[in-house]
Design a protein around this ligand. Structure first.
Ligand code: NAP
Length: 481
C-alpha cells in the first residue's frame, strides 16, 4: 500500500516532493502550508527588486523546462509564476491544505501524528507514515534586539514582510543591514526616498551580476528548439561547479574572487573614503557574496549615506548611534533570517520521546542533511548543511527528493526506517573534515553558523558529490525500527 506522506511547506522543496510523488503515482499525500498561497520564500519576499542571483534556467526544476523566462536572472514575480505553473501543471494545488500550520509531529512507534492549526478552527491531528519537512532555512525573519525598537514613532518593517501600503516618497529612510536583500532593495529605496541612510555593521564582498533580458530570438530558441534549455542549464551548472566552488575552498581561487570583487568596487565607487568603508577585511565567501551590479552605484547617490557607527538604540525619532541621532520616518530591517533554528517553532518528537530541538541544542545536524537518528520516516529538505554559496539550491532539493523516493519502497515493505547512528557519526566526521578547508569557518559572522561558530547551514562539497552521495541505495545507512 502506498505510504501516507505529510509534506510540510509548499515552497520549492515541498512542491518538488509532491510532484515526484504524483509522477510516481502516489497520491496519498497532503501538503500543509501555513500561508494562504504557495511559493515559500518567493511568496514572502516581495520587496522592490527582489530576485535571485542564480540564473533562471538553473534556479528551476531539471524536469520542468520553462519557456517563459524573460531574463538571465529571474525576479521574484517570475519565480513565483514558475512555481504556480508547476503546481497547476502537476495538479498539486488540490492537495495543499492552505492556512494550516503544522505545530507538532510526534512518532507513536509506528506512524507520525501530525497536528495542524487552521485559524480559529483549532488544532487537529492526523496520522501519516512519512513526514517530509520542507520549511526552508530562510523562512523566519530575524529582527535585531536593539533597545527602543518598539518606541519608534514612524513606520518600520522587515524586508521579507514588505509594507506595500507605505509610500517611501519624500521620506527619510534608515535601512539596517546590507546583505543580499538590502543590496537589491537599496537602488529602489534610494530612488523613491528623500534620503536613505544604510547602517552597515560589516561590509560585504560584492561581484557583478551580468543580468540581461533575453532577446526575442533567444526566447524562441528556449521555447521551441529541443535541447537548448538543457544544454544552457548544463553549461551554467558546470561553470558554477568549476569556477565558483573552488573559491570557497580557500585556495588560489579565493584570491581571484577577491580581485574580481575589488575591481568591481573600484569601477563603481570613485570616492576612496566610501570605498574604504565598503572594503571587507575577511576572506570573500566567508559570508554569502553579494552578486549585484546596481548596489554600489546606488550608494554613491547624493541622497544616500553609508553609516558605520555602532547603533546604540532606536528612539521615537530615529536611529541613535555612538556618534549621533539619525532622524528617520521609516526603518527597514534588512536583517536576515533565523537560519540556524531549523524546523522551529514546530515541536518534533521522535522514537522514545526524543525531542528534536533538544537533540539539536548544540547545532542542527542530519545525515545527508536529510535524516536524523531516532526520527524514523522523517525526512528534511534543505536541512542542515545543504545550503550553498555557489550553485542552485533547487539542484540540492532534487537530490534530496530522489533520496526520499528511494527510501519509500523500503519503508513501505519493511516498516519505519531511521538512519543508523554509525552512519550519522561517519557523516559528521566527514562533514567536519571537509569543513576545515572551507572559507566560512573563521573570520566573519554569518547566517551560515550558530552563535558559537558551528557551520550548520552549508554543504562543504561540490553539488556533484552531493548528488552522488544522495543517490546511493539507502539500505546500508538505515535500519528498520
Ligand atoms: P543576511 O545576509 O543575513 O544579512 C543581514 C544583514 O543585517 C547583515 O548586513 C547583518 O550585519 C545585518 N544585521 C543583522 N543584525 C544586525 C544588528 N543587530 N545590527 C546591525 N546590523 C545587523 O540577510 P539577507 O540579506 O536577507 O540575505 C539572506 C540570504 O538570503 C542571502 O545570503 C542569500 O542566500 C539569500 N538571498 C538571496 C538573494 C539573491 O539571490 N540575490 C536576495 C536576498 C536574499 P552583519 O553582516 O554584521 O551580521
Amino acid at each position: 500500500m502506498a505510504p501516507r506522506v505529510a509534506i510540510i511547506g509548499a515552497g520549492f522543496g515541498g512542491l518538488c516532493m509532491a510532484i515526484r510523488l504524483e509522477r510516481a503515482g502516489i497520491t496519498t499525500y497532503t501538503v500543509f502550508e501555513k500561508a494562504g498561497d504557495l511559493g515559500g520564500t518567493w511568496r514572502d519576499n516581495t520587496y522592490p527588486g527582489a530576485g535571485c542571483d542564480i540564473p533562471s534556467h538553473l534556479y528551476s526544476y531539471s524536469f520542468e523546462n520553462y519557456g517563459s523566462w524573460t531574463r538571465r536572472y529571474p525576479g521574484q514575480p517570475e519565480i513565483l509564476a514558475y512555481l504556480q505553473h508547476c503546481a497547476d501543471k502537476y495538479g498539486i494545488r488540490r492537495k495543499i491544505r492552505f492556512n494550516t500550520e503544522v505545530v507538532s509531529a510526534a512518532f507513536d512507534g509506528n506512524r507520525w501524528q501530525v497536528t495542524g492549526a487552521t485559524g480559529s478552527a483549532g488544532p487537529s491531528t492526523e496520522a501519516f507514515d512519512v513526514v517530509v519537512a520542507a520549511v526552508g532555512q530562510l523562512n523566519r525573519p530575524h529582527l535585531p534586539d536593539i533597545p527602543g525598537m518598539q518606541d519608534f514613532a514612524g513606520t518600520s518593517f522587515h524586508s521579507a514582510r514588505w509594507d506595500h501600503g507605505h509610500d517611501l516618497s519624500g521620506r527619510r529612510v534608515a535601512m539596517i543591514g546590507n546583505g543580499s536583500s538590502a543590496a537589491q532593495l537599496i537602488p529602489h529605496v534610494a530612488r523613491a526616498a528623500a534620503r536613505l541612510e544604510v547602517f552597515q555593521r560589516t561590509p560585504n564582498w560584492v561581484i557583478p551580476k551580468p543580468d540581461a533580458a533575453f532577446g526575442p530570438r533567444a526566447r524562441l530558441a528556449f521555447r521551441y528548439i529541443p535541447g537548448v534549455q538543457r544544454v544552457y542549464r548544463e553549461w551554467i551548472y558546470r561553470y558554477a561547479e568549476a569556477a565558483l566552488y573552488p573559491a570557497l575552498a580557500q585556495g588560489w581561487s579565493t584570491d581571484l574572487l577577491r580581485r574580481r570583487a575589488l575591481g568591481h568596487l573600484h569601477r563603481q565607487v570613485p570616492d576612496p573614503g566610501l570605498r574604504a568603508k565598503l572594503t571587507p577585511d575577511y576572506p570573500p565567501g566567508c559570508k554569502r557574496v553579494v552578486i549585484d551590479s546596481a548596489f554600489y552605484p546606488a550608494l554613491t547617490r547624493p541622497n544616500v549615506d553609508v553609516v558605520t557607527e555602532k547603533i546604540v538604540r532606536i528612539t521615537p525619532e530615529g536611529v541613535e548611534t555612538t556618534e549621533a541621532l539619525h532622524p528617520a520616518d521609516t526603518i527597514i530591517y534588512a536583517t536576515g533570517f533565523r537560519s540556524t533554528e531549523f524546523l522551529a517553532p514546530m515541536s518534533v518528537t521522535g522514537r522514545d520521546g526524543l525531542d528534536l530541538a533538544e537533540r539539536w541544542r548544540a547545532g542542527a545536524e542530519a545525515y545527508l542533511g536529510i535524516s536524523v537518528p531516532g526520527f524514523p520516516n522523517l525526512f528534511l529538505l534543505y536541512g542542515p548543511n545543504t545550503n550553498l554559496g555557489h550553485n542552485s539550491i533547487v539542484f540540492m532539493l532534487e537530490c534530496q527528493v530522489n533520496h526520499v523516493m528511494a527510501c519509500l519502497p523500503h519503508l513501505s515493505a519493511h516498516g519505519p526506517m531511521e538512519v543508523r547512528p554509525e552512519a550519522m557519526a561517519a557523516w559528521t566526521r566527514r562533514l567536519g573534515a571537509a569543513m576545515e578547508r572551507m572559507v566560512w569557518q573563521d573570520g566573519c559572522r554569518s547566517w551560515y553558523k550558530t552563535a558559537d561558530g558551528r557551520v550548520t547551514n552549508n554543504w562543504p562539497g561540490t553539488t556533484t558529490l552531493y548528488r552522488r552521495l544522495t543517490s546511493r541505495p539507502p539500505r546500508a545507512a538505515y535500519r528498520h525500527v
